[in-house]
Design a protein around this ligand. Structure first.
Ligand code: ZN
Length: 330
């Protein structure tokens, strides 16, 4: 199965190119039309390739801001090798400011390895997986919590099980130098970073804000982290700086998540950055449609640091209310 995506970009040409990935998308408004996803390729000779992605979830903005800025600012003369930048990977979702594509409700980060003959989200996942990932030595996919979640900023990796790929991913994570670095255990094969790792690409992701806004601190961490990673790869020249100390953490089991038991209004009793113990109060679910009813007490199920919490107050059964991470034993 080959991709239907076409582009005027020549990935082997030196210099700076900005263009579009065109996916044929025939609709009433435009019978022979295309869905156009922005891409930039900055190349200076043979060398390592870094693929930088944001807008995988359309309502996560720090990466979209930083990668758009890098397209304007990064010049071929500054690098050795190649940087490929896709700042709005699920373009319909990014332009609408929502997590999933309004065209097909597709969640790009649950669509890998994709399908060239399926709906646009799956067709683009297939292009990224089968065309861009094989070009890349390293892949950085910038997330944040989106409209529904808020995060303490961290960079992260998912272990692939391949010792060589995982060692390169760990080195890249350390080089990125975010204040917190997390190793995820809950691996979902439909996620971009996991698909990239399966192809032997060192893949770093991370959550750098949330709540549907742009976190100033998150923007700074993403920009410096990407530049640190490019120095580590030899794409940007070394500057002699030592990698920043990063707190290495893990999310080992589903018990580190707290899910909503029934619909209502969520009043948090812990904030991002709190250290909590199992059975500590996470929050109360209020029933404002029946104010005489006592709220339901929701509790944490593990010891750890609160790195994520739900942003909007209205909740339904099954929503993630918070999740924790714990320090990796030295
Ligand atoms: Zn995301």
């Amino acid at each position: 199965m080959t991709t239907r995506v076409w582009t005027d970009i020549d990935f082997e040409r030196d210099g700076k190119q900005f263009g579009w990935l065109y996916l044929p998308h025939s609709v009433t408004r435009s019978g022979y039309g295309n869905l156009a996803t922005a891409i930039a390729v900055i190349r200076n000779g043979r060398g390592p390739t870094a693929l930088l992605m944001a807008g995988n979830h359309g309502d996560e903005y720090e990466g979209q801001v930083v990668l758009s800025r890098m397209i304007r600012e990064l010049e071929p003369s500054a690098i050795h090798g190649r940087v490929i930048i896709v700042p709005t990977a699920n373009v319909a979702a990014a332009l609408a400011g929502v997590r999933t594509s309004p065209i097909d409700e597709g969640n790009l980060n649950r669509a890998f390895p994709g399908d060239p003959n399926a709906t646009p989200t799956f067709a683009m996942a297939h292009y990224y997986d089968s065309v861009l990932f094989p070009m890349a030595d390293a892949f950085i996919d910038v997330h944040s919590g989106g409209t529904s979640m808020d995060y303490l900023p961290f960079a992260s990796i998912c272990l692939s099980g391949d010792p060589t790929t995982d060692a390169r991913a760990k080195s890249l994570l350390a080089a990125f130098g975010a204040p917190i670095s997390i190793v995820w255990d809950a691996v979902d094969l439909r996620m971009a970073e996991v698909a990239a790792a399966k192809r032997g690409v060192a893949a770093v992701s991370g959550e750098f804000g949330g709540g549907g806004t742009v976190a100033r601190g998150g923007v700074a961490i993403v920009r410096s982290g990407i530049e640190n990673a490019l120095r580590h790869l030899g794409i940007l020249p070394a500057n002699g700086a030592k990698p920043a100390n990063s707190r290495l953490m893990e999310i080992p089991t589903n018990d580190f998540y707290v899910f909503c038991p029934e619909a209502g209004l969520f009043e948090p009793q812990a904030v991002l950055g709190d250290s909590v113990r199992s059975s500590d109060a996470c929050g109360l679910i209020h029933f404002v449609d029946n104010p005489a009813r006592e709220p339901v007490q929701v509790r944490f199920r593990a010891d750890g640091l609160v790195v994520c919490r739900r942003h909007p107050a209205r909740v339904e059964r099954g929503d993630c209310l918070a999740h924790l991470a714990r320090d990796v034993a030295a």
